[in-house]
Design a protein around this ligand. Structure first.
Ligand code: FA5
Ligand code: MG
Length: 378
């Protein structure tokens, strides 16, 4: 069996064993993405971005950063949440946001799931690239499977003393310089801004946004690692920074890719446009097939969530669903019931959709929504 085959098999095995577990909310369309590993394909934009970032760190710190890109996405809930101090009641733990294979095993929702384990192994500077999974909304910049690169660097007292600085300030400065340098390495001149953020595993925390297609696009989260994580897994008297980059978002900016679904297409008109190492390529849209809009309106129940609706739509329409958007929301003054109307945009990246095809999808969405989400269609 090839390494790839074995890898798929072990994933398959681990999911299969517990497929009947009531906690398992991994759908077929998500399951099929496991093992594709776009980040390991050198001529795919995701693989190209990974290589360009590796290249930047190799130039800045030759030989310092250890790189990982084949750690399994099936991780313990402990690694994904507890070890990075995600509180017990944090929403990201809910099965509405995370894919659970069983109550203690998840598809990692971020590459931060590997921080503690790699620190325990003694790594002091590392980059981890991998596919991550989230139940999320549907639009041009969100997809339930995407790729992140985690970066961590640990410092010792000599480092901040040499700079004549306090440890946290030193780490923050070093972090921001590193990431601004990276943005420049990837994009040259680009408009960017730092936003204060919150993550349970860093303090202070920041997000970096880049101006793209007329809007500010969030491309990464980062911060100074919580001391508790270092003390528990690495040792005393240290300071570290950490970041998590969204590779699709960076690739969209760099190559001018307008829709996140394109990364998953097997259409050669997309794939042929990219070449290993050529970072100056700008994607040329090979077609713009028209979208088809369909509305669905229903009375919601307490259990209704938008992520569940998106999952239903994705399960039926797959990548033909371009966007799911709430366009009307009102509560009846007498009955107190709340009605939502969602507009679904169907569009193929690769071909024209027929009316019949879209109508059939919409019909199936309507009946499944009524059936599975316990809402009352209007
Ligand atoms: C995190 O995942 C943190 N683990 C990042 C981090 C690491 C912070 C280390 C501090 C220290 P966030 O949920 O914001 O953060 O996601 C990070 C990036 O992933 C985002 O900035 C964005 O670029 C990308 N991203 C998030 N959700 C999606 C999605 N649904 N589709 C595509 N990209 C996404
Ligand atoms: Mg964020």
């Amino acid at each position: 069996m090839t390494r790839m085959g074995k890898y798929c098999y072990s994933i398959l095995h681990s999911c299969k064993v517990i497929t009947d577990h009531p906690a398992n909310n991994v759908t077929d369309s998500i399951f099929q993405k496991i093992g594709i590993n776009l980040h390991q394909q050198p001529a795919h934009p995701i693989g190209m971005i990974k290589a360009a970032i590796h290249d930047y760190f190799d130039r800045q710190h030759p030989g310092s950063f250890t790189k990982f890109d084949n750690l399994t996405p099936v991780v313990s809930a402990k690694a994904n949440f507890d070890e990075v101090l995600v509180p017990a009641d944090h929403i990201s733990r809910s099965p509405n946001d995370t894919y659970y294979v069983s109550p203690d095993t998840v598809l990692r929702c971020h590459t931060s799931a590997h921080q503690a384990e790699l620190l325990r192994q003694g790594h002091r500077a590392f980059l981890v690239t991998g596919d991550v999974y989230r139940r999320d909304s549907i639009d041009a910049t969100h997809y339930p499977v995407f790729h992140q690169m985690e970066g961590v660097r640990v410092f010792s007292p000599e480092d901040w003393h040499a700079a004549g600085m306090e440890a946290t300030q030193f780490a923050e400065g070093e972090l921001k310089r590193t990431l601004e340098g990276l943005a420049q390495h990837l994009f040259g001149k680009v408009e960017m801004r730092w936003i204060d953020a919150y993550f349970p595993f860093t303090d202070p925390s920041f997000e970096l946004e880049i101006f793209f297609n007329g809007e500010w696009l969030e491309v990464l989260g980062c911060g100074v690692m919580q001391q508790q994580i270092l003390e528990k897994n690495s040792g005393p008297d240290q300071k570290a920074w950490a970041f998590g980059l969204g590779l699709e978002r960076l690739a969209m900016v760099l190559f001018d890719i307008p829709d996140i679904r394109l990364f998953w297409t097997s259409d050669q008109r997309f794939l042929k446009q990219f070449k290993t190492g050529d970072m100056s390529i700008k994607f040329k849209s090979y077609s713009k097939y028209p979208p088809c809009y369909k509305d669905v309106a229903f009375w919601i129940s307490d259990a209704f969530t938008e992520n569940n609706l998106c999952e239903v739509v994705r399960g039926i329409a797959g990548d033909l669903a371009e966007e799911v958007k709430l366009i009307d929301n009102f509560t009846h003054p007498k009955t107190g019931r709340t009605s939502h109307c969602y507009r679904i945009a169907y569009r193929s990246m690769d071909r024209s959709l027929t009316d019949d095809e879209v109508n059939a999808l919409q019909e199936e969405v309507r009946s499944t929504v009524a059936d599975k989400l316990k809402v009352e269609l209007r």
